[in-house]
Every structure is written in C-alpha cells, then in structure tokens.
Ligand binder design. Sequence first.
Ligand code: GDD
Ligand code: MN
Length: 364
Amino acid sequence: MKPLELAVVIPTFNESGNIGELVRRLDAALKGREWEAVFVDDASPDGTAQMLREIAVKDRRIRVIERIDRRGLSSACIEGMMATGAPLIAVMDADLQHDPAVLIRLENALKADPELDLAIASRFVEGGGTGDWESERVAKSETASRIAQLVLKAELTDPLSGFFMIRAKRFRELAPRLSGIGFKILLDLLTTARRPLRFAEVPLQFHRREVGESKLDHVVAMEFLVALYDRMFGRIIPTRFAMFALIGVIGVAVHLSLLWLFFGLLGAEFVVGQITATMGAMTFNFFLNNALTYRDRRLHGTRALLRGWLSFCAVCSIGAVANIGIAAFLFEERYAYATASALAGVLVAAVWNYALSSRFTWGR
Ligand code: GDD
Ligand code: MN
C-alpha cells in the first residue's frame, strides 16, 4: 500500500442530500493521490452518519466519526483532524459550497513552499468570490471578518473561511491549546499559534447551497463572539463563568420587572411579588444558561429539564442565603460600606451558583 498523503476532514449535520455527490467529486478531484476523508457527524436526525457508514463499507477511503449528544462545528473539525495519520489535513464543508478541485491548489501551495504551515481558500482574493449570496449575508460576513481581523492582527483576507489545508505536524502542536468553541476553527488555529502561522491564500469561488440548509443561526453568531472573548480574556475570567454572570445580571432585570409588575402594578403583597419575581428570574436564568452557557451539555426532555430546574433553584437558593449572610457579616461586623458589602455578597453567590450548578445541574 502506498502511504497516505492527504486527509480531508468534513463536518456534517443533516447533509444526507449532499454526501453522495461530494464523495464522487472528491474521487474525481483527487485522482492519483492517496487520500482519505474523515466525516464527523453530530448524530444528524436525517441519517447522514448511517449513509456514510454504508459508503464506507464499499470505499475504505471514507471514514466516519459519529458523535452523540454533541454539537459544534469547530470541535467536530478538531476531532476529525486528530483521527488521521495523514501528513496534510484539509477541512471543508459537506454541502458542495466548497469545490474539491481547490484541494489540489491548496496542496500545491504547501508543496511549493516548505516554510508554509497553512493554505487557505479565500473568497476575497483575486479570482475568488461569494457566488450569488444576498447582499445582507455578504455584509454580515464582512463585519465578522473585520472583527476577526482586529483580533488577529494578520493580513489575511478571509479569516472566517471554513476551507483550508494545514500540515498535520503543526496542527498537533496547536491541538492541546485550541478552544474548540463555536464554528471558526481556522480562527482558533490562527489565534492559538504562539509563532504566527505562515500561510498562503488561494482563490475560492463559493458555491450556492443546493440541498439542505445552513446551520449558522443567531446562536452560532453569538458563539463567534464568545470564541473571540475566550481568546482575548478567557484566561482572566473564564468564558463560561463570564457568560453565567452576564445572564445573572439579565436575571436581576427580569426580577425587578416582575416585582414591578406584581407589586407595583397588580398590587400584590411585597413578599408575594418578591417570591414570584425570584422564581421567575431563576427559571429565566435556568433556561438561558441551558441554551447558551451549557449549550454543549444542554438538558433535553421534560424529566431532565425538571430535575435540572429543581437543582438549579436549590443551588441558587443556598446562593441567595450565602449572599445575604456575607453582605450582612461585612456590613455589621466589619463595618464595610453597604455597597461594597452587597457586591461581595453578590460575587460570592455568583461563584457559588456557578460552581455548584456546573457540577450538579449540568454535570455529567
Ligand atoms: N459535525 C457538525 N456539527 N457539523 C456541522 C455543524 C455541527 O454542529 N454545524 C454545521 N456543520 C457542517 C455542515 O453540515 C456543513 O458541512 C458545514 O459544517 C458548514 O455549515 P453550513 O451550515 O453549511 O455553514 P454556512 O454555509 O452557512 O457557512 C460557511 O461559510 C462560513 C463563512 O462565512 C461555512 O463554510 C463556514 O465554515 C464558513 O466559515
Ligand atoms: Mn454551507
């Protein structure tokens, strides 16, 4: 057997309508090369993984990793990249928006210059393009690119490209420090490298998606910002905690609004209003944290949600008692300023709520 030259890592979610054609195009584009494709599927409901396994039985160049109860484009790419022995690793989309013929140009760029770590398929160099995207999508993409460039301080035209090829050796040096959050694996690689990665860009004509739909929704856009936060400040204040705390602050606003509604507007007794507001805010925080902070460990189903909600309320109630206790102690026994005492109570409660809910509500 000839040694493996190239691995193509392809994340999939509900791409059953595209993979057959993609494998045909890979086969045509990579004629004469020793390659394999590592598909990483997050248990797509449309049966993409099963379909891939059926292809894999007949074609040993096709490999499948199926992940259960996980979602995430970046982490899927990383796992696929970890699973191959090939010296060159490409990442591309499964939906035929990325033309497999470009793989050869990426490979040629790396072969031509041994100093290069990475070759990127760019929509924004001479000869590239975004195809027939609506202007709104082009604008969004440009804004995101500009934000990314600020963080990167690198002169690359398409930092959000999902189509590139990297030397496996270089990837494995970076792998232990990648964040894996969100959907921008290229950005993750570029920002993780201590010595800037040396890259070349080749033009990419981005095709329109014919079958299936894009998974990049608002939550994914938010994850992009989260990934950037993680890179810039994640070491100082861990990203998950920052998110939890931010949602906590929003929870306070929910609390005050509910209190105003019940006590102020509907004329309920203060205690009744306060209890309702507390329950409402805790519930709000529980669901928001479940959707965002713990997106990767999200609780599903009535039973899991009910159990999660109860444990979250229990944790937060103890947190509230601790909050009041500490603030009162500082204020009365240590003669600290009222505001400082209150803030210290809030901080302790936030850390407590975070630590215990991550262990008991969203723990595994
Ligand atoms: N395993 C896995 N898990 N795969 C996923 C997930 C996920 O949670 N979400 C999306 N994918 C797969 C899709 O099946 C597809 O093969 C690829 O990742 C890209 O997803 P799309 O939903 O098609 O994204 P897009 O076309 O809107 O975004 C493209 O443009 C961006 C640049 O603006 C992609 O090429 C991105 O990688 C690129 O950054
Ligand atoms: Mn796509």
